[in-house]
Design a protein around this ligand. Structure first.
Ligand code: SAM
Length: 263
C-alpha cells in the first residue's frame, strides 16, 4: 500500500478543557493526595487539580506523543508534583506500581479525542482538511483507518459504522467506501468524505456534516476506544484508596453506557 506524502506542519497543541470546575469539585484534591489524570491531553484538568491544592500530586497519562509533550511543557511549573507518562490508560495500575503508589485518592478521565487531534490534518481524523487516512492517536502502533477499511469485509465495515457511528445508512456507506477503495479513489480524508457523500448525499443531517458519523466510527475502531474504556474501567476500582473519587467525562453513547454500568 502506498500512502500519499503530506508535508503540512502540525499545528501547535491547543485544546479547550471542559468541565474544569466540576472535575475539581468532584475530586476535591487535598493535601498529600495523589490524583490520576488518565487522559492528560494539553494538561487542563491536571493543572486545575494542582492549582486547587498546593499539597496534591498528579500522575498523568496519555497515549498520544504530542499530548505528552504539550502537557509536560504546560505542567513543568509544578515540578515534582506532577509526572506525565505516555501510556494506554488501561495500564495505569502497572505504572502506579512502578512508582510505588499503591492507591490514589482520585482519578479523572476525559474520554475521546482532543481538539488538537482533530485540528492536526496529518492525523487524518477530520474531514475538514486533506490528510492521510490514519486516525491513530498513538502513531507507534495499530492499524490506520485505511488499513482497517482494506482488512474489513464490507459487512464488517458496515457494522463498525453502524455501531460506533450510529449511522443508519451504514450499509450504503460501506458499499461506497469499499467501491472507492477498489477504484483507487480512497487515499485521503477528503476522498473518504466524498465516498460517504456519494452514499448519503451532501446535506447536513441534524446540523452535522454527512461524514461526521463515519469518521467518528472509524476513529473509534482504529483506536479500539471502547475496548480501552472497558479495560480501564476494570482497573479503576483497584487503583483507588477507600473513599477515593472518580470523574469520567464521556462524549459517546457507547462509552457512556460502559461507564454508567461500571459505576
Ligand atoms: C478530550 S482529550 C483530554 C483533554 C484534557 N483533559 C485537557 O484538558 O487538555 C482526550 C485525550 O485522551 C487521550 N486518550 C484517548 N484514549 C486513550 C487511551 N486509551 N489511553 C490513554 N490516552 C487516551 C487522547 O490521546 C487525548 O489526548
Amino acid at each position: 500500500m502506498t500512502m500519499p506524502a503530506f508535508t503540512i506542519e502540525p499545528p501547535t497543541y491547543a485544546h479547550t478543557t471542559v468541565m474544569v470546575e466540576q472535575v475539581v469539585g468532584a475530586l476535591q484534591p487535598g493535601v498529600g493526595g495523589i490524583y490520576v489524570d488518565a487522559t492528560v491531553g494539553g494538561g487542563g484538568h491536571s493543572a486545575a487539580l494542582l492549582e486547587a491544592c498546593r499539597g496534591a500530586r498528579v500522575v498523568a497519562f496519555d497515549r498520544d506523543t504530542d499530548a505528552v509533550a504539550a502537557a509536560r511543557e504546560r505542567l513543568s511549573a509544578f515540578a515534582e508534583r506532577v509526572q506525565v507518562i505516555q501510556s494506554e490508560f488501561a495500564d495505569i495500575e502497572r505504572h502506579l506500581d512502578d512508582l510505588g503508589i499503591t492507591a490514589v485518592d482520585g482519578l479523572v478521565a476525559d474520554l475521546g479525542v482532543s481538539s488538537h487531534q482533530l485540528d492536526d490534518s496529518t492525523r487524518g481524523m477530520s474531514f475538514r482538511a486533506e490528510g492521510p487516512l490514519d486516525m491513530r492517536m498513538d502513531l507507534s502502533q495499530g492499524r490506520t483507518a485505511r488499513e482497517l477499511i482494506e482488512q474489513l469485509s464490507q459487512e464488517e465495515l458496515a457494522s463498525v459504522i453502524y455501531q460506533y457511528g450510529e449511522e443508519r445508512r451504514s450499509r450504503r456507506v460501506a458499499r461506497c467506501v469499499k467501491q472507492a477503495l477498489r477504484n483507487n479513489e480512497l487515499r485521503t480524508t477528503l476522498d473518504l468524505r466524498r465516498a460517504v457523500v456519494r452514499a448519503v448525499g451532501p446535506h447536513r443531517v441534524g446540523g452535522i456534516d454527512p461524514a461526521t458519523r463515519t469518521f467518528q466510527a472509524l476513529r473509534i475502531a482504529v483506536n479500539e476506544e471502547l475496548k480501552a474504556v472497558a479495560a480501564f474501567l476494570r482497573v479503576v476500582h483497584g487503583c483507588l484508596s477507600p473513599g477515593g473519587r472518580v470523574a469520567i467525562l464521556t462524549f459517546h453513547s457507547g462509552g457512556d453506557r460502559r461507564v454508567k454500568k461500571a459505576f
